[in-house]
Design a protein around this ligand. Structure first.
Ligand code: NAD
Length: 302
C-alpha cells in the first residue's frame, strides 16, 4: 500500500506510524499520484478533477484540516474516494489567534512595533480603545466561534452571534446574544467570521453588508477567503466606512491581491497574515495524530 504524504513537514510526529501502515513516499505529488492508494495532505494541496484523473489507484484522502474547500468532494464521491478530516484539531489555535488580531487592531500593536523599532517614541499616537465593554459579533457559532466567545467574555466583551444552523438556546447558554446577521452587523464593534465556505456563504460579507457596519467597527476573518468580498472591503477601508480589518485567509492563496498587500503595507488599520491562525505546533501535531488514528481505524489496525 503506497501512502503519499504531500506536505511531509506537517506530519513528522506521526511519520513512523504512517510507515507502519504502508510504503510512505513524499515526492512531488504529480510524480506519485498515479500509484498512491492513500494521500495525506493539508490545505496547500488542491484536489481537483484534473489531479483525480491521474489518481487511478487512490482510495483515501486524509486531510489534516477542518475545511474541505481545497478538495472537490463531489468528484471524490463519484470515484468512491473516501475523505478523512481532522475537524476541530486547531480550533483553540484559531480562537487564540482571532483574539490576538482583535487586540492588534484595537491597540495597533503591530504598528507600534514598527514605529518603536524605527527608533520613534510616539506614545500619543497609540491612545486607542480597549476591548472591555465592546460588542463582538460572531458570524458562525461552531467550534471556533464558541471558543472565541469564551475568550471575549473573559475580556469583558458583550458577545452577539449569528448562526442559522445553531439553536438560539445554545448561543444564549454560551453567554452570547442570538441576532440576525443584519442586527449583528449594525451593532458589532468587532465582527469576526467563523462560518464554513460554501455556496451560501461565498461573498456573505459583501459591499451591502459592509455598509451595515458601524464606521468605528473592525472586521476579522480567520475562516476562509471568499466569505468576505476583498474588493468591497478594500473600498470600505479607503472610504473610511469601517475602522479596520484583519485577514488571515484570502480568496486566492498565496495572496496575490496586490492592492490589498499595498494597502496593508501603507496603513495600520489592515492586518494581513498568511493563513496561520491554526498553525500552532500543538495543533499541527494534534491534526496529524487525528489523521493517523483515522487511517489506522480505516485499515483495521488497533
Ligand atoms: P464548525 O463547522 O464547527 O462551525 C462553523 C459554523 O458555521 C457552524 O456552526 C455552521 O452552522 C455555521 N454556518 C454555516 N453557514 C453559516 C451561515 N450562512 N451564516 C452563519 N453561520 C453559518 O467549523 P469550525 O471548526 O468552527 O471552523 C470555522 C471556520 O474556520 C471554517 O471555515 C474553517 O475552515 C476555518 N478554519 C480556519 C483555520 C485557519 O488557519 N485560518 C483553521 C481551522 C479552521
Amino acid at each position: 500500500m503506497q501512502i503519499l504524504v504531500a506536505e511531509p513537514e506537517y506530519f513528522s510526529a506521526v511519520l513512523p506510524r504512517l510507515m507502519g501502515l504502508g510504503e510512505v513516499v513524499h515526492y512531488n505529488i504529480d510524480k506519485s499520484i498515479g500509484t498512491a492508494e492513500i494521500l495525506v495532505i493539508r490545505s496547500r494541496t488542491k484536489i481537483d478533477k484534473s489531479l483525480l484523473d491521474k489518481a487511478t489507484n487512490l482510495k483515501v484522502i486524509a486531510t489534516a484540516t477542518t475545511g474541505l474547500d481545497h478538495i472537490d468532494v463531489e468528484e471524490c464521491g463519484k470515484r468512491g474516494i473516501k475523505i478523512l478530516d481532522a475537524a476541530g484539531a486547531n480550533a483553540e489555535a484559531v480562537a487564540e489567534f482571532t483574539a490576538g488580531l482583535m487586540i492588534s487592531l484595537a491597540r495597533k500593536m503591530h504598528y507600534a512595533h514598527t514605529s518603536a523599532s524605527k527608533g520613534e517614541w510616539k506614545r500619543e499616537d497609540f491612545v486607542q480603545n480597549g476591548l472591555g465593554g465592546k460588542a463582538l459579533g460572531l458570524i458562525g457559532f461552531g467550534r471556533i466561534g464558541r471558543l472565541v466567545c469564551k475568550i471575549a467574555k473573559a475580556f469583558g466583551m458583550n458577545v452577539l452571534a449569528y448562526d442559522p444552523y445553531v439553536e438560539e438556546k445554545l448561543i444564549s447558554d454560551n453567554g452570547a446574544m442570538p441576532l440576525s446577521l443584519e442586527q449583528l452587523l449594525g451593532r458589532g464593534d468587532f465582527v469576526s467570521v467563523h462560518c464554513n465556505l460554501g455556496e451560501d456563504t461565498r461573498n456573505l460579507i459583501d459591499e451591502r453588508r459592509i455598509r451595515m457596519m458601524k464606521p468605528s467597527a473592525f472586521l476579522i476573518n480567520t475562516s476562509r477567503g471568499g466569505i468576505i468580498d476583498e474588493y468591497a472591503l478594500l473600498k470600505a477601508l479607503k472610504e473610511k466606512r469601517i475602522a479596520g480589518a484583519a485577514l488571515d485567509v484570502f480568496e486566492e492563496e498565496p495572496l496575490r491581491n496586490q492592492e490589498l498587500i499595498k494597502y496593508a503595507r501603507e496603513n495600520a488599520n489592515l492586518v494581513i497574515t498568511p493563513h496561520i491562525a491554526g498553525l500552532t505546533k500543538e495543533a499541527v501535531d494534534n491534526a496529524a495524530e487525528i489523521i493517523c488514528k483515522k487511517l489506522e481505524d480505516e485499515l483495521g489496525i488497533k
